[in-house]
Design a protein around this ligand. Structure first.
Ligand SMILES: [Ca+2]
Length: 434
């Protein structure tokens, strides 16, 4: 951690995470966050056979058993201590939005209103009457194919002033298809949006496979962008390619440190050697960025990011998926994963740190969603070590494949499903009093 802190300090990338919930909202708490329904509204399980990760039939983490309820992880209750505050919480699960098609990301505006990206290229919200409505925005440049399409979403930390949000998506606006981050302005009524420029372009794209593309803000107001290797054997270790990386840029797309983090690299590259970054999460109370990526047939990874570090994926030549996720033989300095799934993979996707006393024993733990595993695993963290893991029983196989996790200002957990039809957005509240 010292080395990380030194690198962070040297780069001017000072993380101040007090009170950070991993959700880039402003301080205004949504009124709705405290108005959690008291009922345990667990809907009819939607675990029927559905499309894989992609309609295009990509393999690997795309999975052919989306509702299998992978049970490779432990299922016991965490035992952290005797006090009530250390109790494992009881969760209430509410369906907030439904009838969606691969809702890739959900983020909350400062007033608590959700914005949801659907991978085919739609942006959906809740209107003033609480009804579900598609945002009127021209997303015709979005290329939706396989795993690619409209993916990550981040709300500006200054949204109340600038009404700005950011999208990460495949695009044909530049001629050849690439993956890019674009900036948008939401109308005052929240029902429309207009384009406000390109932040990062030229992230590679091939078939849609391994397209990334997770966005989160740092507490300094800069953007972290998790990218995929697009199933190309060169990208992860190619320091001129933006594929298989985590990028750190300003909201104008400039490198936060003009000198960069990796010698000889594009200065926007914070870390490299990733396969397909699916989750990024800021750890409350520390200066650590955690990252989740898909392994091939084995070894999904959870990593703690250190600026400039190599995370060891090098599938060449010929995109050999038998190569290790962290190739220490070739790259002795590569950073080993904080957690690895082993065999089989769960197709770990979104991640967020749970934060708030209502989470009891899980307060401060890393929650990781699983596509193939069709659930959420809560990983108890001690510093940079994962010391325990437990599957969340209320979400274990209950809603099929789960994609993204976001914490709202009140500490409730928002979850998107990824079943490829009649998908939902869930809001999960915790209680340790019962
Ligand atoms: Ca690795």
């Amino acid at each position: 951690m010292k080395a990380f802190t030194a690198l962070v300090a040297a780069s001017g990338f000072a993380l101040v995470l007090a009170g950070c919930s991993g959700q880039p909202d402003g301080p205004a708490g949504p009124a709705s966050s405290q108005a959690a329904p008291a009922t345990t509204n667990v809907p009819t399980p939607k675990t029927t056979e559905t499309a894989g990760e992609t309609a295009g039939g990509a393999a690997g983490e795309t999975g052919t058993t989306p509702a299998a309820g992978d049970d490779a992880t432990t299922d016991g209750a965490a035992t952290q201590g005797p006090s009530a505050s250390d109790a494992v919480p009881v969760l209430s699960v509410e369906v907030v939005m439904d009838g969606l098609d691969i809702p890739w990301d959900v983020q909350l505006l400062p007033d608590g209103t959700p914005l949801v990206t659907e991978r085919p290229g739609r942006l959906v919200t809740l209107g003033a009457d609480g009804g579900q409505v598609e945002v009127d925005v021209d997303l015709s440049e979005v290329v939706a194919d396989g795993e690619g399409g409209l993916m990550g979403l981040a709300i500006s930390p200054g949204f109340e002033q600038d009404r700005t949000f950011f999208l990460c998506h495949a695009s044909d606006a530049g001629g050849a298809t690439d993956v890019r981050v674009t900036r948008w302005t939401l109308t005052d009524d929240g029902l429309g949006a207009s384009a406000d420029g390109v932040v990062v372009e030229g992230m590679p794209y091939t078939t849609g496979r391994h397209s990334g593309c997770r966005l989160i803000f740092t507490p300094d107001g800069d953007l972290l962008v998790g990218t995929g290797d697009v199933a190309d054997d060169v990208n992860p270790q190619d320091l001129t390619s933006l594929g298989g990386k985590v990028l750190l840029v300003t909201t104008e797309g400039e490198p936060v440190d003009a000198d960069g983090y990796v010698e000889g690299a594009d200065p926007r590259i914070l870390t490299y050697g990733h396969r397909n970054v699916q989750g990024l999460a800021l750890q409350p109370g520390t200066d650590a960025i955690w990252e989740v990526e898909h392994g091939p047939d084995v070894d999904d990874e959870v990593n703690v990011l250190r600026p400039g570090a190599n995370y060891g994926w090098n599938p060449g030549p010929g995109y050999d998926e038998g190569m290790p996720m962290t190739d220490l033989d070739t790259f002795p300095d590569a950073v080993e994963a904080a957690w690895s799934s082993g065999d089989p993979t769960h197709a770990t996707s979104g991640a967020v740190f749970l934060d708030g006393p209502q989470w009891g024993a899980w307060d401060g733990a890393l929650a990781v969603a699983e596509l193939k595993g069709s659930g959420v695993t809560v990983m108890t963290v001690d510093g940079e070590e994962i010391v325990d893991e437990v599957r969340v029983p209320e979400l274990d196989g209950s809603h099929g494949r789960l994609r993204s996790l976001t914490l709202d200002a009140g500490g409730a957990l928002w979850v998107t499903t990824s079943n490829g039809g009649d998908d939902v957005v869930l809001r999960v509240t915790a209680d340790t009093d019962g």
